[in-house]
Each structure stands twice: as C-alpha cells, then as structure tokens.
Design a protein around this ligand. Structure first.
Ligand code: ATP
Length: 569
C-alpha cells in the first residue's frame, strides 16, 4: 500500500484554514453514531429493568432518553455531513485555484505537450476525488475507528467469547477482502483510465465539431466514440462482476457471524451468564461491529486507491514552474539585445534559432520577415518569455531578460498573435481584458484606430454584445482587430504583432497600419508579416532564414524590394 507520511502531510496541508470545520465534522459524525448506539444500549434497561422486573417507575425516563438520543442522531445525521461538505467545497475551491494559478506558471512547452482535456480531467476528476477523500472519506474512517473501539469495549465487557468470535469472523472477512482488493484496485484503475479517455474524447469531440461536419466525418467520429465507450463499458462491467463476487463471498460470513452470535448469546442467556436485554443489545452491537470492520477495511482500500489522484495533482502542482525573475526594471526600455541566442523546443530536437546576435532599435518599427518555419514567431515568443533561450541571453537594458520579474516585463509589452483567443464575453471585457480605468473616450479612440468602432456601434448592444466562444460570431478580421485594440489599449513600450493583420484585406490593413504608426510614434513595434505591404514602412528589417537573423538594408528601389519579396512568400 502506498501510505506514507508525505501523503498525509500534503493532505493535512489542504486543511489549512478549515481544520476547525474538519474536526467539527469528525466530532459530529462520531456523536451521531454514538447517540444511536446509546439509544440501542437503553434497550437493555428497558427489557431487563422495566419489562422483566415490571418496574415501570423509570419507563418514561428511558423512553424520553431514547427519544432524545434519536433526535440528536437525526439532527446530526444532517449537520455532520454538512460540516464535511463544507470542507469538501473548501478544498475543491483551494485546489482548483492553485491549479489555475499553476497553469499560468507552467512552462509553455510542457503545457503544449499535454492535451488540454487532461487538465480538464484534473479539475473535474482528481480534485473532486481528493476533496472527497479529505472531507468525507477520512472523517468517516476516523468515525468508524472510534465506533469500533467503543463497540469492542462494550462487547468484550459483555462477554469475551462473543468478542473473540466476532473478531474471528471479521478476520475471515478481511482475508477475503485482501484477496479481492488488489484485483478490485486494478479494475478500478482501468475503469478510471477508460473513463478519463472517454471524457477527454468527448471534450475534444465538442471542440472539433466544425471540422467533423465540414469533412463529413460523422461516421468515423461515431466509430471512434463507440470504440472508446466500449472500452469503458467492458472495464466497468468487469469491475461490477468482481464486486458481485466479493459480495457473494462476504455475505455468508455475515450470516455465519449473526448465527454464531445468536447461538453463543442464546446459550449464555440460558446459562444465566447474560441477561436477555444485554443479549439483544450485544447482538445489534456485534452486527454493527462487523459492519464497522468492513467499512474500515474498505475505507483503507479506497483511501489507498485515491493516492493515485493525489499523486497526479501533486505532480502537477509541485512540478516545474517557469522562472519568475527577481530584478525590477524600473526605468523605460532603452536597449534590447539578442546575445548569441540559440533555441530548441526539445532537448533532442534540432535547433530552431541559431546564434541570433541582433540589437533591436528602441522607438522604431522593426520587421521580422522570412519564409514559413524560419523561426520568426519563436523569436517573439522568447521576447514574450513564453520560452527561454537554450543558450545565450536576451539582454534588456543589459539585464538578462530571464532575471527580470515576469510581471514587470509583461507590463511593458503586449503581443497580438495571428489567431488571438477571445473569451465568450462582451466585446468590452474582451477589449479591456481586466485593465481598469480606461475611459470610454480612449476606448472609442483605439477602436477607431483599428477600424472596428463603426462595427461595434452598429451592434444593438454595442460594446456589451456577447461574442461566442473564441469569438465565433466575428469574422477572422474582426477578431484580429479586437485583439489589436486590446493590445493598443495597454499602450505598451513594446508592441509585438505576429501576423496580427493577416486576415484583413490589403486596403483595411494599410489604413490600420497608418493609424497604428501615428499612435505608436517613437515607440517600439515589432511586426512579423508575409505581405510586403505590411512591412514597407518598417525602419529596420531582419530576415529570419533557417533560424538565423540577418539585418537587411531598407530597400531603396523595387529591385531591392523584390529580393525581400522572394524571401517572404
Ligand atoms: N511548440 C513547438 N514545439 C516544437 N516545435 C515548434 C513549436 N512551435 C514551432 N515549432 C517549430 O519551430 C520552427 C519555427 O517555427 P516558427 O513558428 O517560429 O516559424 P515562423 O517563421 O514564425 O513560421 P510562419 O511564418 O509559418 O508563422 C518550425 O519548424 C516549427 O515546426
């Protein structure tokens, strides 16, 4: 079993801030069960002292006490689990928050290697299981341990032979449980795995609906789904069959235990060693003790299997995070230099950028041009710190970029990607993207700059129009313009446009470019484009060819432009 202190330390750390509620939950669960046991215990008084002795003076006290204990039991039956639910909800929220924060700190190459549905699975399955483990399953185990100790004491006190026989039956039950446990664990793991495959597939099917329709691949998609669903169904059925077999083996033991208690207890009553009232109570207690042992065993098995969920989430949360940097960049950016920068996406892959040695002129419009796959986007991703150079450094004001506080650096730059992500929210929220204190006038001005103002105003709800997921209700060009406006609103020191206007027609692109140039006069703007028209008014042009950067002199005539044209188309 994979129990060790590290797991419990980690689980215990989840209870920070909610430990009192957890303890309250455990205590309430214990009181709830004990109150029922005490009510059962009073049956001895009722039978032996009242009914057999025909002494009715204490009858009403016993009945009232029983009613009181049942009332406590009924009340705590709801309040105990309520406290536990509170703990479950708190842990679910805290873990989801940590995972969400982690997603923003995970190195991008690591994130890209994972299917996004895997992260959805972390949120929906693993976190749910861990919160239930901590808030429900562990408190219930603690409760059962206390209850079984109490019952062992009472049954042992009534008669040691009864206790020994019930312990023997429980032992037998546990032996059977141990026989089935590894098989059940293996099957449960398989069910979990196939279920998660099914969830991931469903999630990805939803995302690929458009392609499936467009390529008329319904049948193929259905077959894929059937295949994955059948794997899950077979695993779940096999697990169900095994659970049935286990129940079939343990049921006779339960009946055997009940019969032996009846036999031994009855004999002790006839011998006068046990009163009828105590026998009736002990009979019920032994039955409960048997259940208690079974529950403890099952809980331990369950908790042990939950450790795989704990492992997965710990691996993620305690995994590699990207370098945050600790140096502040107080002043404005005066200098950006690529100093022998090499970059590989993977240790074993061939280099994408080779010995890049360039100095970006600040306050100018810089263009990166080159054939597809040359490494242009990779360069700007290094600037946006989505990746780190494998060798060499990017120096900003002579400080290695990796050492600058990420938050500090990101407040100075803004990037617009070719395929920007828009949220299923209002246009206003997509534009502001959490930036506050932007006046309506400034918002209008920026929207006019990127020629989206008239379109927004033509909408019935204007800025408050909700756009569909990923901006599905907008055209590609409108999406790009909103993304451009979002970046311009931040008025960054460095603006990076990675094919950010590629979906616009040449006329509109030209118009927007003139506006942006005016707005960003004396500010640094880096553009990546394949169209000659996009880079024509750049101050400096770098040709990125097979991972190498060469500064090309600004063409002075159409022949020289022809050379650039050949290298970008
Ligand atoms: N996340 C990634 N993991 C592995 N390789 C990648 C990744 N992103 C890009 N590449 C590879 O790096 C190389 C350069 O890609 P990059 O996107 O920088 O080129 P580009 O010049 O911007 O191309 P384009 O003009 O087509 O956008 C390509 O060979 C590409 O396959």
């Amino acid at each position: 079993m994979r129990w060790n202190m590290r797991y419990f330390k980690w689980i215990s750390s989840l209870l920070n801030g909610i430990r009192h509620m957890f303890l309250l939950g455990v205590v309430l669960l214990i009181i709830e069960s004990l109150s029922l046991l005490f009510a059962i215990g009073l049956q001895k008084q009722l039978i032996d002292e009242v009914l057999f002795k025909e002494n009715y003076t204490n009858f009403h006290i016993i009945v009232i006490s029983m009613a009181f204990l049942y009332l406590i039991h009924s009340l705590l039956f709801t309040f105990g689990p309520l406290a536990c639910h509170h703990v479950v909800a708190h842990i679910r929220f805290t873990l989801s928050k940590h995972l969400m924060l982690y997603l923003h700190k995970i190195p991008k190459d690591k994130l890209q290697k994972e299917r996004s549905a895997t992260f959805v699975h972390y949120f929906t399955q693993d976190i749910r299981m861990i919160s239930r483990l901590t808030g429900e399953e562990i408190p219930n185990l603690l409760k059962e341990i206390v209850i079984s100790l109490f019952l062992i004491f009472i049954v042992g006190y009534a008669n040691i032979i009864l206790l020994i026989s019930i312990l023997l039956f429980s032992l037998l039950n546990i032996v059977i449980g141990r026989y089935f446990a590894p098989k059940l664990k293996k099957m449960a793991k398989n069910v979990e795995k196939t279920k998660s495959e099914l969830l991931i597939h469903s999630e990805e099917s939803i995302s690929s609906t458009r392609e499936v329709i467009a390529f008329n691949r319904h049948q193929w998609e259905l077959e894929n789904f059937n295949r994955i669903y059948n794997r899950y169904f077979t695993a779940a059925m096999a697990e169900g069959q095994l659970v049935n077999k286990q129940m079939l083996s343990s049921e006779p033991i339960r009946w055997g235990a009940n019969l032996s208690i009846l036999g031994i207890g009855g004999f002790l009553v006839l011998q006068g060693q046990l009163s009828v009232g105590l026998f009736i109570v002990v009979y019920q207690y032994t039955s409960r003790l048997l259940t208690s042992f079974q529950t403890i065993f099952n809980s331990i098995m369950l908790i042990s299997s939950r450790m795989s969920n704990v492992d997965r989430i710990r691996e993620v949360l305690e995994g590699e995070k990207w370098n945050e940097g600790d140096k502040s960049l107080q002043s404005s950016i005066t200098n950006i230099k690529f100093d022998h920068v090499n970059f590989k996406y993977d240790d074993n892959a061939s280099p994408i950028l080779r010995d890049i040695n360039i100095e970006l002129p600040i306050g100018k419009k810089i263009a990166f041009v080159g054939l597809s796959g040359g490494g242009k986007s990779t360069i700007v991703q290094l600037l946006a710190r989505l990746h780190e150079p494998t060798e060499g450094n990017i120096l900003v004001n002579n400080i290695p970029l990796n050492n600058i506080k990420r938050k500090n650096w990101m407040s100075k730059i803004a990037v617009v990607f070719q395929d920007p992500y828009l949220f299923p929210d209002t246009i206003r929220n997509n534009l502001l993207f959490g930036v506050e204190h932007i006046s309506d006038e400034y918002l209008d001005k920026i929207c006019k700059t990127v020629s989206i103002y008239d379109y927004i105003k033509s909408l019935k709800k204007g800025y408050d129009t909700i756009i569909g997921e990923r901006g599905i209700t907008l055209s590609g060009g409108q999406r790009q313009r909103i993304a451009l406006a979002r970046a311009l609103l931040r008025n960054p020191e460095i603006l990076i446009l990675d094919e950010a206007t590629s979906a616009l027609d040449v006329k509109n692109e030209h118009l927007i470019q003139i506006n942006i140039d005016k707005l960003r006069k004396d500010k640094t703007t880096i553009i990546i484009a394949h169209r000659l028209s996009t880079i024509k008014n750049a101050d400096v042009i770098y040709l990125i060819k097979k991972g190498e950067a060469i500064e090309v002199e600004k063409p002075k005539n159409s022949e020289q432009w022809e050379f650039i044209y050949e290298n970008i188309q």
